[in-house]
Design a protein around this ligand. Structure first.
Ligand code: GTP
Ligand code: MG
Length: 248
């Protein structure tokens, strides 16, 4: 049994990080979805060609490649014709590695709405998914600066942003990178001369701590990438693993 559990664990670890946007209707989920996907570089990978329009593959600063899912907004007394759409997007929420709970920071009823959304998250069995509250629309609050709030253990639990103006998006990227760090790994790799072209791909998908060319013209790179991307990299011709941070 132990063996099988380990297998499952490593499979999960090697998955593409998945971020779900959830929240009350009109909070700004789709606007944020567009901001995140437009800012990110699109990865034209055939593998994901069949994903529907509310799920997109992106490469985010710091945390690298990920999948982002927009969802139908939560609403009290959901209209009948929306129930199916709502339920199907909830499935995406359950599979995600991070839940971004989007809130309209300028809405006077937002505390109530946060409670209602949390209740539904509990009902669908997604309460264990690490959640970051994204207080959106700070451009509607006078003199409000983007901010990031941490709990006593240092974990980011809330970020204040505007999806419209882009203020605070950098803080959200930081929060996501921290939250997804368990899915990332640090490694040292060697690219032979014929594979040097892969370096630019790594530059756009992951983070390169340092790089140098050895006497034989091979690139030696120390990188921070998802486990998912590292395993893909190591399957490429001319890429050799020199060292990897011991898995947690
Ligand atoms: N001022 C301001 N308006 C915003 C911001 N983000 C979203 N909006 C506006 O809020 C409204 C709702 O945005 P959506 O992104 O459609 O909200 P949603 O959460 O996807 O809504 P549903 O799909 O109905 O659940 C739109 O008019 C947006 O332009 C923001 O940061 N600032
Ligand atoms: Mg929407």
């Amino acid at each position: 049994h132990k063996q099988r559990d380990l297998g499952r664990k490593s499979r999960v670890k090697n998955e593409l990080p998945m971020i779900a946007l959830a929240g009350y209707t009109n909070a700004g989920k789709s606007t944020l979805f567009n901001t995140l996907t437009d800012a990110g570089v699109f990865a034209h990978d055939q593998l994901f060609a069949t994903l529907d329009s509310t799920i997109r593959r992106v490469i985010l600063p710091a945390s690298g490649e990920a999948v982002i899912a927009d969802t139908v907004g939560f609403i009290q007394d959901l209209p009948h014709d929306l129930v199916d759409a709502f339920k199907s997007t909830l499935e995406e929420t359950k599979r995600s590695n991070v839940l971004l709970h989007i809130v309209d920071a300028a809405d006077e009823y937002n505390v109530e709405k946060i409670g209602q959304v949390e209740e539904i998250v509990n009902e669908i069995g997604a309460s264990k998914i690490p959640t970051i509250l994204v207080m959106n629309k700070i451009d509607c609050i006078k003199n409000f600066e983007p901010r990031l709030d941490r709990d006593e253990s240092g974990r980011v639990y809330r970020v204040w942003i505007s999806s419209k103006t882009g203020e605070g998006i950098d803080l959200l990227y930081l929060a996501l990178a921290e939250q997804l760090s368990g899915m990332m790994t640090r490694a040292k790799i060697e690219l032979d001369v014929m594979s040097a072209y892969i370096r630019s791909e790594i530059h756009s998908i992951g983070y390169i701590h340092n790089e140098k060319v050895d006497d034989f013209g091979r690139w030696i790179l120390e990188i921070n990438v998802t486990h998912h991307y590292l395993s893909k990299l190591l399957n490429k011709k001319g890429v050799k693993l020199l060292w990897e941070q011991s898995p947690k």
